[in-house]
Design a protein around this ligand. Sequence first.
Ligand code: 13P
Ligand code: SF4
Length: 304
Amino acid sequence: MTQEEMFKEIRRLAEERDALLLAHNYQRDEIQAVADITGDSLALSLEAARTERKVIVFCGVHFMAESAAILAPEKIVLLPRPDAGCPMADMVTVEGLREMKARLPGRPVVTYVNSSAVVKAESDICCTSANAVKVVNSLDADEVILVPDRNLGRYIAANTDKKCHFWEGYCPTHDRLAVEEVKQALAEHPDALFMAHPECTPEILALAHHICSTTGMYGFAKSNPAKKFIVGTEAGILYRLRLENPDKEFILPSRRLICPNMKLTALEDVLKSLQTLSPRVTVPDEVREKARVALERMLAIPRD
Ligand code: 13P
Ligand code: SF4
């Protein structure tokens, strides 16, 4: 089958199955092109919760499909590549989090959505890179526990008066971006603005003109009159940045800004998933109910 034939067949089957195709901003170009909706973790969770379609095909990683299954339990949630995980989400275990809570009693646990359903179920409220500071500031507490990303945690700590206790997890893709790589890109393109995702290290964020989620980057690139941007996040974001801003230039400061898990899903996998209505992601009821509370508390906070 050619790529064009596969595109047509995926769209035909999506119609027939009453399926909504969601793709994260880091997915391969062709997956973003065939999807109904592309977005960041928060936007896609909201779409999953609000859609009336029976089936959700989540082109992303496991925790995202789990979030969809938590918010929309009556729907069939498919993850075309069941092996697409998130190393950062895997850095925290329920046992470890329980130990941390026992050491730091009374502090609410704010958990990044990049985490498993069982860890969300052990948390008070979730956050994403788009709303993390707002979520923390909304809490009636002087101290908080932030899980699992130490980089997002330090970014939050720099923007709140609350005392923050961090879980020492990190995203290998963002964490490996080196200061020298960004400095070199800035030296080569002195007229460019550097936008960085809060999963990058504090040293990288110190060099950024703008710090935001992936969706925040689309807005910043569009509204800012600058013509050149250095992009401190996963390479998949370039697809839409270039599509929406054909007159602007987007530069990746490193060739290592690639998340292997985000790149696993291919058109063949999406097609097979629609044909077989598998692999399906479900969350056991007792976990789902607790995790849903943490997610819904976050969703109740208005988005900027
Ligand atoms: P978001 O902008 O969706 O938070 O992207 C960060 C990420 O690493 C998703 O895996
Ligand atoms: Fe996880 Fe990082 Fe990949 Fe996102 S980019 S899925 S946080 S490893």
